[in-house]
Design a protein around this ligand. Structure first.
Ligand SMILES: [Fe+2]
Length: 298
């Protein structure tokens, strides 16, 4: 079975380009590049041409996920497995692949309605990644751009799609209390050494995206981003803290599209030879408190 290699890029439909431009450049420390026609905004966090692609529109949600696959043969194998499982898979032409700055591209849709773009051969940008705010940059490479957490509509169908068809491996699970008698189950999956590339919870929420995570190479970058977010008046959705499962030191901020971004450092690596799946009953060792409702209007 062919597996996906890493999280290559994310495509968001966003209603406020100018707020995103400010947020990405001045809070997250990403490079912002305009497309020729001004229809998309590309955000860079390493040598890739883009890692986050913003399209103008009302959804304010994730519309597609780009997963990198090792090579053309693996991509064809994966497309065939998806077709055998009853998914429609579209082989894109060279113009569509070029638009995504990749060599080969196929598209399908996950059980939650999220576009899935499987590709190989990402093109490098003409210029180096430079960030005055995050000078040491972000952990990417073989581990991809970071991770995403999805609000799934159907737990079983989502598990089947990402685990059985895309070949992601279960890292662990968290049963997280969200009220006196309520809890949610979150499943975490890895595709490479990053503890998780994707997690999901059947939350029943209307948007697909809960949050995406980017991981700085230096711990101080997290604190500096935390300060910048607060100075800019960006709502902090979860204070500084450290997660139980991936040990990520991070905070969560609200993006201009209302879903969240986790800005982290220090996530552990998974070695499939020795990894054992665990089940946690809380998400954080310390911190990650939700701010008081009154601070951010609930
Ligand atoms: Fe996360």
């Amino acid at each position: 079975m062919s597996n996906i290699a890493s999280l290559g890029y994310l495509i968001f439909e966003v209603s406020d380009f100018s707020a995103w431009r400010q947020f990405a450049a001045n809070v997250l420390g990403l490079m912002v590049c305009d497309s020729d026609a001004g229809e998309t905004l590309s955000l860079r966090m390493d040598g890739h041409a883009h890692r986050l692609i913003l399209q103008s529109g009302p959804a304010d949600d994730l519309v597609a996920v780009g997963f990198e696959v090792a090579d053309r043969d693996s991509l064809n194998d994966l497309a065939n497995s998806l077709r055998s499982a009853g998914f429609d898979v579209l082989e894109c032409d060279t113009a569509a692949a070029a638009e995504r700055s990749v060599e080969m591209l196929v598209r399908t849709v996950d059980p939650n309605g999220v576009g899935i773009e499987l590709f190989c051969g990402p093109l490098r940008a003409d210029t180096a990644f430079v960030s005055g705010l995050v000078p040491e940059g972000f952990v990417t490479g073989d581990e991809g751009l970071g991770h995403i957490v999805l609000n799934a509509k159907d737990h079983e169908a989502t598990e089947r799609f990402y685990q059985d068809l895309l070949g992601m491996r279960l890292s662990d699970r968290i049963t997280m209390p969200i009220g006196p008698d309520q809890s949610i189950d979150i499943n975490f999956y890895h595709a490479n050494a990053r503890h998780h590339t994707l997690a999901f919870t059947a939350s029943g929420l209307p948007t697909a995206m809960h949050h995406f995570m980017i991981e700085a190479r230096e711990m101080d970058a997290v604190g500096l981003a935390y300060d910048r977010a607060q100075r800019a008046g960006v709502p902090i959705m979860s204070t500084l803290g450290r997660h139980t499962n991936d040990r990520m030191l991070s905070f969560y901020a609200q993006t201009p599209s209302n879903f969240q971004v986790e800005f982290g450092w220090g996530g552990i690596k998974v070695d499939d030879e020795s990894w054992q799946v665990s089940h946690y009953d809380k998400g954080s060792i310390w911190g990650h408190q939700m701010p008081a409702a009154s601070e951010h209007g609930g």
